[in-house]
Design a protein around this ligand. Structure first.
Ligand code: ADQ
Length: 474
C-alpha cells in the first residue's frame, strides 16, 4: 500500500526484449518521472499506468526502485480509448480544433471503461488517506471514479495540454461527464491561469456549482481548486549535459557535418499537427527562395519524433512534410547543401543537447501547445547566453519566456521577419534576451513544479487526514 500514487496513461518504463528472449524494463526518459522520483521514493510511492503493449496481464513489479502497477489494454481499447477518444477526439478539441475532432460513441464507452480500470487499480494500491495524483487528458474521469471507490483519498489532477474555452469545449457530447469526472479531484492543475478560468467558468455554467475565483463549492461541502502550475524541466540536468566535453565535441561535429554553415536553425518536435512544423519550414524555404538566406550560409535542421502513427491525421501530416522537404531541397538545394536537413527519428538526450548547443536559432512554432518543453530545454542548454529562440505566442511557454522572438504561427510573413530578426540580431541583444530567459528556466524547474502542486494539494480540504510524509522538503 502506497502513501503516494501517480496515475498516468503510460508507465515510466519501456519494455526491452533481451537477446535470450527475456523481458526487462528500461526507464523511459521524461521530466515527469525525474521530478517525481524523490517524492515517490520517500513515500513508498507507486505508479499506475499502461506498459505500452497489447493485453499484457502483468503483476505489479519493481524497476530501479519504483513500484510499478501495470494496467492492461486490449487491442480494441488501444484503438478506441487511446487512438480514438484520447487522440482523435480530445487532443484536437483541446488544441483549438487545429484538426477536426471526431466523436464516436464506441470510443467514449471505451474511455469510460478504461478510466474505471485505472481508478480501480489506483484504489487497490493506495494506503488509507493516501495522496493520488492523476495525470492528463486520457484519464479525466479517474478523479471522480476514484473518489467513489475511496472517499478517504486526497486526489490531485494535472492537465498537460491546454483546456479549451467554453465555446469549443461545448462541442463535446460528453462535456458534463468530463467536468464532473475532474471535479472528483481536490486540486486541478493547468499549465496556464486562462485554462483554469475556462474550467471554472464551464463548471459554473454547465454543471451549476457555485464558484469564486479559483474555487468550486460542491453541494456536499467539499471544495475543488483549479489553478495554474506551469510545468518545467530539470534545467540543471540539461545544463550539465550541454557543458560536458562529449556534447561540446558532438556539437562541433554536427556543424562540420552540415558544411560549417554560418547559421543553423533547429526544430525539434513530436511529429504532430499542433506543432506547426509545415508552416515553419515553408516560411524558412521562402526566405531561401527570396534570397534572404542562402544554402551556403544557413541550414534548417528539423528533427521530428515519430508519433501516433496509426492515427490517420498523423500519417497525412508525415506525407505532407516529406513532400515539402523533398520539393524544397529539390528546387533550392545544392550538392551536399540541403535547405532542410530532416530526420524522422527519436534521439538520445545527449544528441539533443548537442543540437541545442549547435543551433543559432531555435524555432518553436506550435499552433497551440500546453507548455512546450523543447523551448525550455534549449534555453537551459545555452549556458553561454548565446543563441536565439523564436517562439509561438500560442505555446504555454510564451507566458514565461517573454524575451523570445514571439510569433503568430498562422502569419507566414510575420514568421519570416522573426526568423531573420532573430538570426541577424546583434550578439548583445541575443545574450540579453537569453540571460533573462535562463533566469526563469533555472528558477522554476520541474522539482519546483511538483513541489508547488503537492504542497497546495495538501492545503485544499485541510481537515482530511494527511499522510504524505512531511519529511520530504516541499
Ligand atoms: P509534448 O506534446 O510531447 O508534451 P513537449 O513539451 O515539447 O511536447 O515535450 C516533448 C519532449 O520530447 C521534450 O522533452 C523533447 O526533448 C522530447 N523530444 C522531442 N523530439 C524528440 C526527438 N526527436 N528525440 C528525442 N526526444 C524528443 C505534452 C504537451 C506539452 C507539455 C508537455 C509536458 O503537449 O505542451 O509541455 O506535455 O507537460
Amino acid at each position: 500500500m502506497s502513501e503516494l500514487v501517480i496515475v498516468a496513461n503510460r508507465l515510466p518504463v519501456d519494455q526491452v526484449i533481451d537477446d535470450d528472449g527475456g523481458i526487462s524494463w528500461r526507464r523511459s526518459p521524461g521530466g515527469l518521472v525525474t521530478a517525481l522520483e524523490p517524492v515517490l521514493r520517500s513515500n513508498e510511492g507507486a505508479w499506475v499506468g499502461w506498459p505500452g503493449g497489447v493485453d499484457q496481464q502483468l503483476e505489479p513489479f519493481v524497476s530501479e526502485g519504483l513500484h510499478l502497477v501495470p494496467v492492461s489494454l486490449s487491442a480494441s481499447e488501444i484503438e478506441e480509448f487511446y487512438e480514438g477518444f484520447s487522440n482523435g477526439s480530445l487532443w484536437p478539441l483541446y488544441h483549438d480544433v487545429v484538426a477536426k475532432p471526431e466523436y464516436h460513441r464506441e470510443w467514449w464507452d471505451s474511455y469510460v471503461a478504461v478510466n474505471q480500470r485505472f481508478a480501480e487499480q489506483a484504489a487497490a494500491v493506495a494506503a488509507t488517506g493516501a495522496t493520488v495524483w492523476v495525470q492528463d487528458y486520457q484519464l479525466q474521469l479517474v478523479p471522480q471514479m476514484l473518489r467513489e471507490l475511496r472517499p478517504d483519498l486526497r486526489i490531485g489532477f494535472y492537465l498537460h495540454i491546454p483546456f479549451p474555452p467554453s465555446e469549443l469545449f461545448a462541442q463535446l457530447p460528453w462535456r458534463r461527464q468530463i467536468l464532473e469526472g475532474l471535479l472528483g479531484a481536490d486540486l486541478i492543475g493547468f499549465q496556464l491561469a486562462g485554462a483554469a478560468q475556462n474550467f471554472v467558468r464551464l463548471v459554473r455554467n454547465r454543471v451549476g456549482h457555485r464558484t469564486h475565483r479559483e474555487r468550486v463549492y460542491l453541494p456536499d461541502g467539499r471544495e475543488v481548486r483549479a489553478a495554474a502550475y506551469p510545468i518545467s524541466i530539470d534545467a540543471a540536468e540539461f545544463e550539465d549535459l550541454a557543458r560536458s566535453p562529449e556534447v561540446a565535441r558532438r556539437a562541433e561535429e554536427i556543424r562540420e557535418s552540415l558544411g560549417s554553415p554560418k547559421k543553423i536553425f533547429l526544430g525539434v518536435d513530436r511529429l504532430d499537427y499542433t506543432k506547426g512544423i509545415f508552416a515553419r519550414l515553408r516560411a524558412y524555404a521562402e526566405l531561401v527562395e527570396g534570397g534572404h538566406l542562402s544554402v551556403e550560409d544557413a541550414v534548417f535542421v528539423q528533427v521530428a519524433t515519430p508519433s501516433r502513427e496509426r492515427v490517420e491525421e498523423y500519417r497525412i501530416l508525415r506525407d505532407e512534410i516529406d513532400r515539402l522537404v523533398g520539393r524544397v531541397n529539390g528546387d533550392l538545394g545544392q550538392l551536399g547543401r540541403p535547405v532542410i536537413s530532416y530526420m524522422h527519428s527519436s534521439m538520445p538526450r545527449e544528441e539533443l543537447a548537442a543540437l541545442y548547443r549547435a543551433a543559432d536559432v531555435m524555432v518553436v512554432t506550435p499552433f497551440r501547445d500546453g507548455m512546450n518543453l523543447v523551448a525550455k530545454e534549449y534555453v537551459a542548454c545555452r549556458y553561454d547566453d548565446a543563441g536565439a529562440l523564436v517562439l509561438s505566442e500560442f505555446a504555454g511557454a510564451a507566458n514565461e519566456l517573454r524575451q523570445a522572438w514571439l510569433v503568430n504561427p498562422y502569419d507566414i510573413n510575420g514568421m519570416k521577419t522573426a526568423l531573420l530578426d532573430a538570426c541577424q540580431a546583434p550578439e548583445k541583444e541575443q545574450s540579453r534576451r537569453m540571460r533573462a530567459m535562463r533566469r526563469t528556466v533555472t528558477e522554476r524547474d520541474v522539482a519546483k513544479w511538483a513541489g508547488d502542486f503537492l504542497g497546495d494539494l495538501t492545503a485544499v480540504n485541510p481537515d482530511q487526514d494527511l499522510t504524505l510524509r512531511p519529511d520530504f522538503d516541499y
